[in-house]
Design a protein around this ligand. Structure first.
Ligand SMILES: *Cc1c(COP(=O)(O)O)cnc(C)c1O
Length: 398
């Protein structure tokens, strides 16, 4: 076998292992290729079709011109670490020491990788919500841990508290949450966050929270779990500039938390990428210091986009679930007569000139059936693109 056992394991964890042992393309790669080949509107992968703020883009250009082009410090440039600490204080009143409690990473993805690989041993259990961001499954499998999940229940995609209590045991090393949540757009309520902290204490588990959509909520406030009593000392908080500043290709992410935990993450991170994106680091620092109007503006803009796409999907005959945050909305294709979202997504470019992703791509096989007819659509696109997609999708109901 060409592929190592560890990576076979990871591919299996991500649901990518084909019956013949080869590794399949992710559904995201398959759907993006389909969008490319057919010219369909790509509402599959979550990347914006417009540039982020000029201040941020110009800061990167200036940094390149000034010669910020060599390896930055291993923990990240001082200016960015200070900007991350100031951001946590300004928005959440969390005090973070930029010297010891902040680590800059190659996107949130590397932060997740280094955290899971650095903190988990063979046979430990890692609990996530389900559906889950695909990298979680692969990384947990690569760390040779057991992946336990808590299903998110329709119609609001929130976890049942009894399910949470059952999933977290003394074998649980990490409770990984994603709040606000991709792919469902759910925002975890305060009492659920408090229960997670209580369970982490009871079973001596650590909390890892992926908050890349922290600024993209549509009315509900974002409550970082690390800001709640009893959480800080056992929580690692992960975020990234990609979603907030529409710079998903820059891959500047970070993790904040107690120094001891950050050191464990750094131990792995230093051998994954060592460092990345020197000129983009000061640019993201510039972004984090933008005035409140910027952060309010992106949320308002995206709220409108959510509404345009959601109402278009409703008019087309889907049952649309409310999205409270993120780039995404989930819609049920069953009322249109499609019980299998994988089949529908493969046909959608032909039927309606649109690409989307089945929710089952974010699930283990056992639970995929419950979400079989659900589709994730991205609305981080220009309004005219969303309107066109909605008009084309209206063909489905005819
Ligand atoms: C986009 C996304 C990431 C990846 O962030 P990068 O900074 O691009 O690595 C991680 N988690 C979730 C939930 C995401 O949607």
């Amino acid at each position: 076998m060409l592929i190592s056992g560890a990576w076979q394991n990871a591919a299996a964890g991500a649901g990518l292992l084909a019956p013949d042992g080869t590794i399949r393309a992710t559904i995201f790669a398959e759907m993006s290729a389909l969008a490319e080949a057919t010219g369909a509107i790509n509402l599959g992968q979550g990347f914006p079709d417009e540039d982020g703020p000029d201040e941020v883009l110009d800061a990167a250009r200036r940094a390149i011109k000034k010669g910020v082009n060599q390896y930055p410090p291993g923990r990240g440039s001082v200016g960015l670490r200070e900007a991350i600490a100031a951001h946590q204080k300004r928005f959440y009143d969390i005090e973070v020491d930029p010297e010891r409690e902040v680590l800059v990473t190659a996107g949130a993805t590397e932060a997740l990788a280094a955290t899971i690989l650095g903190l988990v041993d063979d046979g430990d259990e890692v609990v996530t919500l389900e559906p889950f961001y695909d990298a979680y499954g692969a990384l947990i499998a690569l760390s040779r841990a057991e992946h336990r999940t808590v299903p998110l229940r329709l119609p609001d995609f929130l976890p049942d508290h009894d399910d949470l209590r059952k999933a977290v045991t003394d074998r649980t090393r990490l409770i990984v949450i994603n709040n606000p949540h991709n792919p469902t757009g759910a925002v975890l309520p305060l009492d659920t966050l408090e229960l997670i902290i209580e369970l982490a204490h009871e079973h001596d588990a650590l909390i890892v929270t992926d908050e890349v959509y922290e600024h993209l909520t549509f009315g509900l406030p974002h409550i970082p779990i690390a800001s709640l009593p009893g959480a800080w000392e056992r929580t690692l908080t992960i975020s990234s500039g990609g979603k907030t500043f529409s710079t998903t290709g820059w891959k500047i992410g970070w993790v904040t938390g107690p120094a001891k935990l950050i050191t464990a993450v750094l131990a792995v991170k230093q051998f994954l990428t060592y460092v990345n994106g020197a000129p983009f680091q000061p640019a993201i620092a510039t972004g984090l210091a933008l005035p409140d109007e910027y952060f309010e503006g992106i949320a308002t803009d995206l709220t409108n986009k959510r509404d345009v796409l959601s109402s278009g999907l409703t008019r087309a005959g889907f049952e649309v679930f409310p999205s409270e945050a993120s780039y995404f909305v989930v819609a049920d294709a069953a009322p249109l007569g499609y019980d299998n979202a994988v089949t529908l997504c493969r046909e959608l470019p032909e039927l309606a000139g649109v690409v989307a992703v089945p929710i089952s791509a974010f699930c283990h096989e056992e639970l995929a059936g419950e979400y079989a007819s659900l589709v994730r659509f991205a609305f981080c696109k220009r309004v005219e693109v969303l309107e066109l997609a909605a008009a084309q999708l209206a063909r489905l109901g005819r």
